[in-house]
Design a protein around this ligand. Structure first.
Ligand code: SAM
Length: 248
């Protein structure tokens, strides 16, 4: 049978693609892309003529069956998403899970990812961190997730859409401890890459200062050192933070 390659692509800067990624994309029989039109720009830029097929959130289940058949027939396939590492807040889980269940070979190439890029330059602790992907849209669920994240006592990382970033920071302001440290990583690897670090008010001020500041792509990171609540033993306060997201 063939092999499935997970191939990360740039998150903004077209040069951020490895020699190995280009080699794999050129030599495979088929590229499964989140949006074939979007990826044709990258493939065109590097003169890669490999055939593409779409695989996105809405057809991933059906495509999985088809691609598994092709792998079993001996085809090699590369999976790419619009930007960064496939499966990280992007399609691909169903396909990789099925490959593993069928004993098909999966090879992942390391490469660009907004999560690791933002975290490594954030200045927040990196020894332990949790990645939450996108926050829930509903206010109550969002507040609960943020509270649970801040309560863990280590760095929490979120992806956020530009139209929601200011609202999310307001929910942080209303719910989280004033000791929470924030970093907003914006437009990573692009010309207007910016890191804003400080309190929630510092980040809100930055967004309000210029309409251009609220546009683009964002990773939000926060860190709240766990505080010993007086009278509550250490283990119990950790247990409380674990239970918080389960509360009605
Ligand atoms: N798979 C991608 C990765 O490896 O990072 C993430 C895909 S997810 C659908 C898109 C989100 O990632 C954006 O809404 C934003 O939060 C984050 N993101 C992607 N590129 C970014 C960049 N250049 N700067 C900051 N955040 C970025």
């Amino acid at each position: 049978p063939g092999c499935l390659y997970i191939v990360p692509t740039p998150i903004g800067n077209l040069s951020d693609i490895s020699a190995r990624a280009l080699e794999v994309l050129s030599k495979v029989d088929l590229i499964a892309a989140e949006d074939t039109r979007h990826s044709s720009r990258l493939l065109g830029h590097y003169q890669i003529a490999t055939r593409t097929i779409s695989m996105h959130t809405h057809n991933e289940q059906q495509r999985t069956g088809l691609l598994i058949n092709k792998l079993n027939e001996g085809m090699s396939i590369a999976l790419i998403s619009d930007a960064g590492t496939p499966l990280i807040s992007d399609p691909g889980y169903s396909l990789v899970n099925s490959c593993r269940n069928e004993g098909l070979q999966v090879i992942a190439l390391p490469g660009p990812c907004a999560l690791t890029t933002a975290l490594s330059a954030s200045g927040l602790p990196t020894d332990t961190f949790t990645f939450f992907g996108f926050l829930p849209v509903k206010q109550q669920a969002k507040a609960e997730k943020l509270l649970a994240a801040a309560g863990m006592g280590h760095t929490a990382v979120f992806y956020e859409a530009p139209r929601r970033i200011a609202d999310t920071l307001k929910v942080c302001k209303a719910n989280l401890s004033e000791h929470t440290e924030y970093v907003l990583a914006k437009e990573l690897t692009k010309s207007f890459e910016t890191f804003v670090a400080g309190s929630v008010d510092d980040l809100l001020d930055y967004l309000a200062k210029d309409p251009a500041h609220a546009k683009g792509e964002f990773v939000l990171l926060l860190y709240c050192k766990s505080q010993q609540i007086e009278g509550i033993p250490e283990g119990a306060s950790a247990l409380l933070s674990d239970l918080l997201p389960l509360m009605p």
